[in-house]
Design a protein around this ligand. Structure first.
Ligand SMILES: Cc1ncc(COP(=O)(O)O)c(C=O)c1O
Length: 383
């Protein structure tokens, strides 16, 4: 079966008479726990919740590449396990917190999502973790692994769309004894499977394409390693960065349409990137689906979809602002992976080393000809 069929089927409940097709949210803080609380599947909702469990099973199957109807989902059968968090940052921080101790070395992309770098710099480095930074492109992080405990990679990187070779970097890191975590936010587990490529952790902000409706925050960590899973689970229970059952249920509902959304938004991103290439007002276009992107060959090997996100550069801040003032179908907003096309000038946040006219765009699922016509008249306005 194709992934898209499997994802849709994996969100169904057991086919028992009178059961709803999809599980509803379970609202509870404590659960009935007579006698020994360890005998109860659920005791207190900071540790576990049945709606998380349903979501975690779907994500775990997507991450490991194995799917089965929900009623066959008995923990041990699956190669990967997933734990969901209140946000992508809660998930990333859980990996740092569970793995790193004072004196440990972590190797991060210098162009990673800026809050990932900030939490490392402002908290973990202050507590004695030694961080080394190198670019994502050309697998540059692989030259800094000596004595490292953790290699953190992000491919495609946000927002510069650099690509690195996950398999090659995992081999190198494992040879030196380092664990590897991949921030897989941009492609989602449907578009790229880091665990199948050798990583120890696949981490994502599911706020983006995974749930795709720009209405919830969500993150997850997936791993095949039981011991690492337990550490991450302990971190989540003790620090309490947990999501509510309503968010978990909305996520389950959204994931059924992920194949459609990712396919359409990736096609739209490709068409927009190719169109931007034809416009003289655009200095550079960065999208791994473009054949002459420096990481295209690797991306084509390790990604099933190139994703919704692309970046391009206009000559100046003023030209970028003129573009945003004119476009009607490109909503000026941060984040990405939603049904509506969004974009923003990244330099306005100050966290990324990008030029003032650098725009990150997230293609939505609108008709591509409408998007291209609108982007075209937006570019006309920059002349
Ligand atoms: C690549 C990447 N990782 C992690 C995050 C953090 O996710 P969240 O906003 O869900 O905490 C983001 C958010 O933009 C991101 O782009």
């Amino acid at each position: 079966m194709q992934d898209s069929t499997r994802i849709v089927r994996s969100t169904l409940t057991r086919a028992a008479a009178g059961e709803p097709l999809h599980p509803g949210p379970v609202f509870a803080a404590p659960y009935h726990t007579p006698g020994d609380p360890n005998d109860a599947p659920y005791s207190y909702a900071r540790s576990h919740n049945p709606t998380w469990t349903a979501l975690e099973k779907v994500i775990a199957q997507m991450e490991s590449g194995e799917f089965a109807p929900a009623h066959e989902q008995a923990g041990e059968r699956y190669r990967a396990n997933a734990l969901v968090f209140a946000s992508g940052m809660a998930a990333s921080t859980a990996v740092f917190g569970a793995v790193l101790r004072p004196g440990d070395v972590a190797v991060l992309p210098e162009n990673a999502y800026f809050h990932t770098r900030s939490v490392m710099r402002d908290f973990f480095e202050q507590m004695g973790v030694v961080a080394r930074y190198a670019r994502t492109a050309r697998d540059a992080q692989g030259d800094h692994l000596d004595g490292a405990k953790l290699l953190w990679i992000e491919t495609p990187s946000n927002p510069t769309m650099d690509i690195c070779d996950i398999t090659a970097l995992c081999r190198k890191a494992h040879a030196t004894g380092a664990l590897v975590a991949v921030d897989n936010t941009t492609p989602t587990a449907l578009g790229q499977k880091p665990l199948a490529l050798g990583a120890d952790f696949s981490v994502a902000s599911d706020t983006k394409s995974m749930t795709g409706h720009s209405d919830i925050l969500l993150g997850h960590v997936a791993t095949r390693d039981r011991e690492l899973l337990q550490k991450i689970d302990q971190w989540r229970t003790l620090t309490g960065g947990v999501l509510g059952p309503m968010e978990a249920w909305l996520a389950l509902r959204s994931i059924g349409t992920l194949p459609l959304r990712l396919e359409r938004s990736s096609q739209n991103a490709q068409k927009i990137a190719e169109y931007l290439r034809t416009r003289e007002e655009v200095k550079t276009v960065l999208y791994p689906g473009l054949k002459d992107h420096p990481g295209h060959e690797i991306a084509a090997r390790q990604m099933q979809y190139f994703g919704a996100v692309l970046s391009f550069e206009l000559e100046s801040k003023a030209k970028a602002e003129a573009f945003f003032a004119k476009v009607k179908l490109v909503t000026e907003a941060t984040s990405f992976g939603g049904t509506c096309t969004c974009a923003e000038r990244r330099a306005r946040w100050g966290g990324d080393a990008v030029p003032e006219g650098f725009i990150r765009l997230s293609a939505g699922i609108e008709a591509p000809e409408d998007l291209i016509a609108d982007i075209g008249q937006g570019l006309d306005a920059t002349r």
